[in-house]
Design a protein around this ligand. Structure first.
Ligand code: SF4
Ligand code: SF4
Length: 386
């Protein structure tokens, strides 16, 4: 079966932020300068060609967009101003929408109004939930766990985490299926397609187990980002790492550790939970503020173009962090009513950010990227075992 080709695809990807791919004349300069491109998986030229041809099936199977960390080197040297770095960024958005079986991701990326309305609806539901079901608002002291008992929040958190995981993992499974049934070098395409119905897509479990460390290592360190950067661009890696580790720390504290994180007594300054909270808050606030300023200044290739979803993600994350800090301050200043109201506002921002961004938009790359690097290692192992 031949791949489906659609010359209109390149046009339809403009909504995902891919506006310059048509000007590429396939010289290969970008692939030559990219530090992350390899002989076995060269990019970005090849996927830009798939895009120009409108070969959706080949794009869906392509790991390359996730191997790019958007340093911008290729865009700075492209003789046609095709902006290959930005094309790869737009392709990541497009692929996220292809993996997502619900169709919501596509709507978020192609309709700003839809994303804003979805955020308002989810935020409004959180507000209504508190309006009808909040606990007593004691005013003689700050009693957050009377107003919103952490045992109840914990159950709601776990339900939310289970739903998010379901959507994120089912989407990730579609990505896994597409990437792992791409023919190996020298493999008959028909044989590769038949692997689609096999367990683990026809690769032995021992290959997946042997390479599992790659997933963990790349998830935690994003070390390939460091390889991509010129020395003066290392700050981008640091900022990315701060946002990712800060976000993961706070996510774990509020979803898994809420009964220790949301306490009415104030922990001493050296307490590990308080220190973790400070680290996560500082890391996100610094990283997100930095990214917002650079996007406003547009003084670096990677920050020149911003899709509306980039801004919405950064703004939600910044506001979630800022209102989190305000809750901490009002608790320290013993201001009960302010604490309760800000707590509700905080959750009206944080919940839509998690519910919508984790499985369907920007955040999903935190899983897809290390997962692709890991799957590429499994494929390499399978190729050399042939
Ligand atoms: S994106 Fe630019 S550098 Fe890359 S192949 Fe096309 S024209 Fe050449
Ligand atoms: S932006 Fe950087 S990592 Fe991405 S394709 Fe271009 S040179 Fe490679």
């Amino acid at each position: 079966m031949a791949s489906r080709v659609n010359p209109e695809l390149v046009k339809s990807l403009e909504e995902f932020g891919v506006t310059s791919a048509s000007t590429c004349f396939n010289c290969g300069n970008c692939t030559a300068v990219c530090n992350l491109s390899t002989e076995s998986v060269p990019f970005p030229r090849k996927v830009i060609r798939y895009l120009q041809l409108g070969d959706k099936d080949k794009l869906m199977q392509s790991p390359e967009p996730w191997l790019c960390y958007y340093c911008g080197d290729c865009s700075e040297t492209c003789p046609r101003d095709a902006d290959p770095g930005e094309v790869m960024m737009g392709l990541r958005r497009y692929l996220t929408s292809l993996y997502d079986w619900t169709g919501l991701s596509r709507l978020f990326y192609t309709s700003k109004a839809f994303e804003i309305i979805a955020i308002l609806i989810v935020g409004g539901l959180v507000g209504l939930g508190f309006y009808f079901f909040h606990g007593p608002m004691l005013t003689d002291r700050v009693a957050l766990n009377v107003f919103a008992p952490n045992r109840v929040i914990e159950i709601l958190d776990l339900i939310m985490a289970a739903i998010l995981s379901f959507f994120l993992l089912t989407n990730a499974y579609r990505m896994f299926g597409a990437v792992m049934t791409k023919p190996l070098p020298g493999e008959d395409p028909e044989a590769a397609r038949r692997r689609r119905h096999k367990l683990l897509k026809g690769f032995p479990a021992k290959f997946y187990i042997a390479e599992a460390k790659e997933f963990i290592l790349n998830f935690v360190t994003q070390k390939k980002f460091g390889l991509c950067q010129k020395k003066e661009k290392m700050i981008q890696w640091v900022v990315h790492l701060l946002i990712m580790t800060g976000y993961s720390t706070i996510f774990l504290l509020v979803v898994v550790g809420i009964r220790w994180f949301q306490r009415d007594e104030i922990y001493p300054i050296w307490h590990p939970i308080r220190l973790l909270g400070y680290y996560g808050t500082f890391a996100i606030l610094y990283g997100v503020t930095y990214a917002m300023i650079r996007r406003l200044k547009k003084d670096e290739t990677a920050y020149k173009h911003s899709h509306s979803t980039d801004w919405i993600f950064l703004i939600l994350l910044w506001l979630t962090t800022f209102t989190g800090i305000l809750i901490h301050v009002t608790r320290l200043l013993e201001m009960p009513l302010s604490t309760y109201y800000i707590y509700v506002i905080h959750l009206m921002i944080a919940v839509p950010m998690l519910v919508l961004e984790v499985p369907f938009a920007k955040w999903a790359h935190q899983l897809y990227r290390p997962m692709i690097i890991y799957l590429m290692k499994v494929r390499e192992r399978a190729s050399s075992a042939k």
